[in-house]
Ligand binder design. Structure first.
Ligand code: IVH
Length: 732
């Protein structure tokens, strides 16, 4: 596979493997360049690979490696930072791009908290600093540890380096016994320019000796990251880094009641806090503040990439809590996307795991906001044709053709898009793009179901592209996560016919491992790696139900839905019995969603499946359909027969009186919203269901409760009012 997979279409697992490959290729090239004086590749090639690395990192910021080539300058430092587990996870922020996104954020906060549109609710607004986040742990006022964010749970120990950063005090007075201060390390524009000038000057002698110029940093953020992450703190000391404090992790005593108050206290302890931070009383105030900060962007002297809004009341922040990776109480309002015009050279069609045909624009490379873009998404055939999903015109109906002059749009970390087309530059002989109706990989018909904007290959596992993507998904981190079996290996094994479906993975050793000879003989495999792979595969024969379900790659069945189903049914057998029974019920036979709903009363198993809270009709329909397709089912059964699928228990919630119980909320809740009640119940290990059945343990009924309360009474199910519920969970 010499052809590089376009960054926009890399799966997560591919991206991970590619970042690993690029880190090693670039570090070798770098070492050869600096130490061996024998460059392995041209500067243009080096820069192209570095650009590819940056583009992948921009798409998957959480996959950025500790040895990322973006962080390297000069010879790559040996790996060597110890790891630090964060006491409180370091999360990222959700993004807003439009004014309406900010208004929606305000509304969602209000609705979660049950506040009326005109109830007072203040937010802080502050610049979003474009650097890298750092967590500083103080115990009894002494800096004991500094850590980078890493993957959010585990970062790198950069204590010695952090001590050299301006604005990071070694000691602080009057602080709680334990205080983790969080903020951003950054480099000013002036210091960045001076640093690059210094790097060039230090290599002046090399230059005059005819050697290649040294590599400088591409932007202040890379410079800050590369400087903080030097193994030798003496180098960091020579780099002019600065720090703004804007958040905290573990604290033994609350800093204040409000965000603004807490930040002011960090200021009193001696940390730099951003002077553009303001309190806003309304969404309109936030937008005004955004415009004010944006207007000053060019003159601040350091890079910012947006404005962060945070709910000011820390009591509210606590109630709002977090989604899986972002807080509900804050959002980053990004500055507008960067735009550039370039030529559309070709439209390639890629086939994904679920058979979706995705058009990818191949562009004459162009720099958009500091990043070289040569691929962009074209979404689907309607988008190319200038139609939206309802048939209405987009771009005033202008279609996009190969050879066109197109506008590339890049916002934050998202995949670049083609936003517009310049018809005045269109060649007279250009022809409209004909979207394929057969799969470009396997030739099967590619069909569009009614209401679906995507055309899909019908080849299933017989289509190499689908099969490979499914396998990549199967071995990916959130699924089987088999060490040593990544995207590249899956492709290799697939092409050789060793692995054609997931079950084959578990027969690999038996079939091809005879004396390991066959595998060992292959390129890239040695004794050790072959043994390790077989062991890694053995280790994964035992797999928790949620991971197993997710690994099947069934459309709509994501990580969260898989986990929810696993928690509800506990075991594979129980789930499959329900699915198989549901497949024979009237709801499964109904085509229209409305009919399925109407048939629920006579479909007890289907209705149990769709009443699992958080699981909708769509997931169940695809799941039941997939399990009823003989070929797909046979493959899943074959796979399951090779595994030991572990039951999943309700989440551990020590001492929780509702752990493992199925709770239904009905009627009006007065002290909290439904969303909040549900989130709290789940955090205590309860299962929240949307309907009352014999399996319900507890009904929480507010005023206005109707049929559910009646049914619970008939079934003799314990019923509490809201106060009774709060008493029970100890949060009255
Ligand atoms: S608050 C739980 N405030 O942006 C949320 N983050 O895109 C804690 N960042 O990981 C983050 N300026 O590295 C916050 N004023 C600011 C920020 C800021 C920059 C960074 C931070 C975070 C990332 C999220």
């Amino acid at each position: 596979m010499d052809q590089l997979i376009p960054v926009e279409t890399l799966s997560r697992e591919d991206a991970k493997a590619e970042l690993l490959r690029l880190a090693s290729v670039l570090s070798e090239a770098n070492a050869a360049y600096h130490t061996a004086d024998a460059p392995q590749m041209s500067d243009a090639e080096f820069d192209a690979l570095k650009g590819r690395n940056a583009a992948i990192e921009a798409r998957f910021p959480d996959l950025v490696r500790s040895d990322s080539p973006a962080l390297q300058v000069g010879a790559a430092p040996a790996d060597g930072f110890s790891k630090v587990a964060h006491a409180v996870r370091m999360l990222s922020l959700g993004n807003a791009f439009e004014d309406d996104d900010v208004r929606e954020f305000d509304q969602s906060v209000r609705s979660y908290l049950g506040l009326a549109a005109d109830a007072p609710l203040a937010y802080s607004a502050e610049p979003k600093i474009d650097g890298l986040s750092l967590s500083l742990r103080y115990e009894r006022g002494v800096l004991v540890q500094a850590a980078t964010r890493g993957d959010g749970s585990v970062g790198e120990n950069v204590t010695a380096n952090a001590r050299t950063v301006a604005g990071v005090p070694d000691r602080i007075d009057g602080a709680p016994d334990v205080l983790e201060v969080r903020g951003e390390v950054y480099m000013s524009h002036a210091d960045f320019a001076a640093l690059n000038a210094r790097i060039l000057a230090e290599h002046a002698a090399d230059l005059s000796a005819g050697k290649k110029p040294p590599r400088t940093f591409a932007n202040p953020r890379n410079a800050a990251a590369g400087s903080l992450r030097q193994l030798d703190a003496r180098i960091t000391q020579k780099r002019p880094l600065m720090f703004f404090a804007y958040a905290w992790g573990e604290v033994s005593d609350p800093l204040a009641d409000t965000q603004m108050g807490a930040i002011a206290r960090l200021g009193e302890f001696g940390f730099s806090i951003n002077e553009l931070t303001r309190l806003c009383d309304t969404a309109d105030d936030m937008l005004t503040q955004y415009r004010l900060i944006e207007a000053q962007r060019a003159t601040l002297g350091y890079d910012i990439d947006g404005v962060v809004y945070k709910v000011n009341d820390l009591g509210y922040q606590k109630r709002l809590g977090f989604r899986s990776t972002t807080p509900r109480w804050a959002i980053a309002h990004k500055f507008p996307a960067e735009l550039a015009w370039t030529r559309l050279e070709a439209i390639d069609i890629q086939v994904g795991r679920t058979g979706a045909l995705s058009p990818v624009a191949r562009l004459t490379p162009v720099t958009v906001g500091g990043v070289v873009v040569s691929n962009a998404t074209l979404h689907n055939e309607d988008y190319i044709a200038g139609r939206d999903s309802t048939g209405g015109a987009i771009r005033d109906g202008r279609d996009i053709r190969v050879g066109d002059w197109v506008q590339v749009f890049r916002a934050g970390d998202v995949i670049p898009k083609i936003a517009d087309v310049d018809l005045s530059k269109r060649a007279a002989d250009s022809v409209a793009f004909a979207f394929p109706t057969t799969c470009p990989i396997c030739g099967s018909a590619a069909v569009r179901e009614e209401g679906d904007s995507v055309r899909r290959c019908t080849g299933g596992m017989a289509c190499a592209a689908q099969a490979i993507e499914k396998l990549k998904h199967f071995v990916s981190r959130a699924a089987f996560d088999i060490e040593g079996l990544g995207a590249k290996q899956v492709e290799q094994f697939y092409e050789d016919g060793w692995i054609r479906n997931a079950a084959d993975i578990f027969d690999l050793k038996e079939k091809y491992g005879s004396g390991l000879q066959q595998l060992k003989n292959r390129e890239g495999w040695g004794d050790k790696s072959a043994e390790n792979l077989f062991q890694a595969i053995e280790d994964k024969r035992r797999i928790p139900l949620n991971r197993f379900l997710f690994s099947l790659g069934i459309r709509h069945l994501g990580e969260v839905a898989a986990a929810t189903l696993a928690r509800h049914f506990h075991g594979w057998t129980a789930l499959m019995q329900t699915i198989d029974a549901a497949a024979r019920e009237p709801s499964a036979q109904a085509v229209e969603a409305k009919e399925r709903k109407a048939a629920l009363a006579n479909s007890p198993n289907w209705s149990e499946l769709v009443s699992v809270d958080g699981i909708g009709d769509t997931v169940i329909r695809t799941l039941v359909t997939a399990m009823s397709q003989p070929a797909e089912r046979a493959m899943i059964d074959e796979l399951a027969a090779r595994l030991d699928i572990e039951d999943v228990a309700a989440p551990a919630s020590d001492g929780s009186p509702v752990a493992g119980k199925t709770v239904v909320f009905t009627g009006t809740l007065e002290k909290m919203t439904r969303a909040e009640a549900k989130a709290r119940a789940e955090s205590l290990g309860a299962k929240v269901s949307g309907s009352v059945s014999a399996k319900t343990d507890l009904l929480v009924a507010g005023p206005g409760a109707g049929s559910k309360a009646k049914k619970a009474a008939e079934l003799g199910i314990e019923t509490l009012d809201e106060d009774g519920w709060l008493d029970l969970i100890g949060q009255a």
